[in-house]
Design a protein around this ligand. Structure first.
Ligand code: DON
Length: 304
């Protein structure tokens, strides 16, 4: 039987001494305050066991990891227009790329790049009565944790420097692919990205995708088929123009955020979360990618 405790702690101990740790995101000024030496790993096994190393219970900004949660709620609403407004192809481009969006008439390549997540945010702004409050409640419910909250400073910091996202939202609006006002949709989007969670909380939240749509309390939130589709999108699009590399190195559906978090999962087995704020050139956590590669290589646990 695999000794997950030893495996995870050895990976953590070896990698934390790496001299090259990547660069902390600074285009959202609040994120630049993060310590490049923070490093946590948390594993939630489906048999109920948990394993952890380092800063696994320190809250951080989940950023783009939130795009999977907003997508899951939009899918749960069964909005018929979702897949006519957003595609499901890898973009092969950075997360904030705009020229493809213009070329493809305002239909974002997938829901995990910024433009696609902004369309998903627009759907949630239309479907929810109180979008920010209701979305937070959805996340708390699937996490089985009522303490999760937004970091309002991070949301405001992103709003003040969010020129690229304003450009994307305006482009979407010009192609008639946003129903609500740009400011309303982006206010929601900046807050969802500013959700603050620990590796442990993220692992418990993403349990729903590893458990065919049932959360850690065994309550169904999405169908088996919806969970399958979300995992497929994470596998093909979760790491922007490094999605192929992540599938090649790690071999699991997953999602990264510029706060330095990565969540990856093996359906019916486990959810594994890492947090290390230093990013590589593609905006994905450098140590996190290495830790996950070492884990799946040492354990032979991947979807392949
Ligand atoms: O919209 C943005 O730029 C950020 N709120 C999220 C970007 C992000 O996390 C991309 N991830 N690697």
């Amino acid at each position: 039987m695999l000794d997950f405790n030893t495996i995870i702690n050895n990976i953590h101990n070896n990698l934390k001494h790496n001299v090259v740790k990547g660069v902390v995101a600074s285009y959202i000024p609040e994120l630049s305050k993060q310590d490049v030496n923070s490093f946590g790993i948390f594993m939630q096994h489906m048999d109920g066991r948990t394993f952890q190393a380092g800063d696994a219970e320190v809250p951080f900004s989940i950023q783009s990891i939130s795009k999977v949660l907003s997508l899951s709620k939009a899918i749960a609403f069964e909005d018929n227009n979702l897949w006519t407004r957003v595609d499901v192809e890898p973009s092969g481009n950075p997360f904030n790329h705009l020229s493809l969006l213009e070329l493809e008439n305002g239909i974002p390549r997938n829901p995990l790049i910024n433009a696609g997540a902004i369309v998903v945010a627009d759907i949630l702004c239309s479907q929810f009565k109180n979008p920010k409050e209701d979305f937070l409640q959805y996340v708390r419910d699937i996490a089985n944790d009522q303490t999760i909250t937004y970091n309002y400073k991070v949301a405001e910091s992103e709003r003040l420097t969010g020129f690229n996202n304003f450009a994307a939202a305006n482009l979407l609006k010009s192609f008639d692919n946003l129903n609500n006002d740009v400011d309303v949709v982006l206010d929601f989007y900046f807050h969802q990205c500013a959700l603050e969670m620990t590796c442990a909380q993220i692992a418990k939240t993403f349990y729903v995708f590893a458990n065919s749509g049932k959360c850690i309390n065994n309550i169904p939130h999405i169908t088996v088929s919806q969970a399958k589709r979300i995992n497929a999108i994470m596998l093909t699009c979760g790491f922007y123009d490094e999605s192929g590399e992540f599938a090649f190195e790690v071999g699991l559906p997953g999602k990264s955020g510029v706060g330095g978090g990565i969540v990856a999962l093996l359906p019916n087995h486990f959810v594994l979360t890492t947090w290390a704020p230093g990013l590589n050139a593609k905006g994905n956590s450098l140590l996190g990618m290495q830790a996950l590669e070492q884990f799946t290589t040492q354990t032979n646990l991947s979807v392949f």
